[in-house]
Design a protein around this ligand. Structure first.
Ligand SMILES: C[S@@+](CC[C@H](N)C(=O)[O-])C[C@H]1O[C@@H](n2cnc3c(N)ncnc32)[C@H](O)[C@@H]1O
Length: 226
């Protein structure tokens, strides 16, 4: 099962030092006081939720892995719900929804489209949807670097550039997990967002002020509900 035992070591072996603090700073600067209630989708171990709560936001987290959510609940006092997208498993209205660190790459194109529809049902008019996705440049990078080893951890990637998928095997001392990610076509992402009632404000290179370009490996999509 994906994100089972990996949850115990996720923060140590997969996450870059200070990454979530940097992303929270980016979001805080983007929202400029317009946002109070945030839905953190595919929230994982709650690293971003904790950074947002520390900055005064009210955060609700959703993830499909109980093991990841157990870590999140230990980290921060916020409501966390277990649900597999496209089902959100939450009600109410949010000023923003966010998904960091390639959570949406785990969704098939159909699931991504349905998830945007579900998010349009909980993000208020004028509210924000911000998420990152691997780009085609990242797909090529992963194909060219099929094995990555670091700190007793090994990631093996099998990229199918026609199917636009990556089958990953993650091996640590106490676990082996198989993950499947999708590389979404930017035109499909845009049309799925628009069909759900979101307008794309910009697509950035990582969490920066630069527009995404040819060399971008992580594209950050910033959309607003019409
Ligand atoms: C790479 S982690 C990112 C976690 C977190 N957003 C972060 O920034 O650290 C991807 C997360 O997506 C969750 N996930 C994958 N597919 C999902 C789905 N269909 N529904 C809900 N969560 C999902 C996994 O359980 C995992 O916690």
């Amino acid at each position: 099962m994906a994100y089972g035992k990996l949850a115990d070591v996720y923060d140590d072996v997969l996450v870059g030092e200070g990454a979530h603090a940097r992303w929270a700073e980016f979001l805080d600067g983007l929202w400029r006081g317009e946002v109070r209630r945030v839905l953190d989708v595919c929230c994982g171990t709650g690293l971003l939720a904790a950074e947002l709560v520390a900055r005064g936001y009210e955060v609700v987290g959703v993830d499909g892995s109980e093991a990841m959510l157990a870590q999140a609940r230990r980290r921060v006092d916020a409501p966390f719900h277990c649900s597999m997208l496209p089902a959100l498993g939450v009600e109410g209205e949010f000023d923003a929804a966010v998904s960091t660190f390639d959570g949406f790459n785990y969704l098939s194109p159909d699931e991504l489209r349905s998830s945007f529809g579900a998010l349009a049902g909980v993000v208020r008019a004028g509210g924000w949807l911000v998420f990152d996705l691997h780009t085609d440049e990242e797909m090529r990078f992963m194909a060219a670097n099929p094995v990555v080893e670091s700190g007793g951890f090994r990631l093996t990637s099998v990229v199918d550039e026609v199917a636009r998928t990556c089958e990953m095997t993650l091996e640590g001392e106490a676990f082996t997990e198989h993950h499947l990610e999708y590389f979404h076509r930017p035109a499909d992402v845009r049309s799925s967002l628009e069909a759900a009632g979101f307008e794309v404000a910009s697509v950035r290179d990582d969490y920066s002020d630069r527009a995404a370009g040819e060399s971008t490996q992580t594209a950050v999509w910033i959309a607003r509900r019409a």
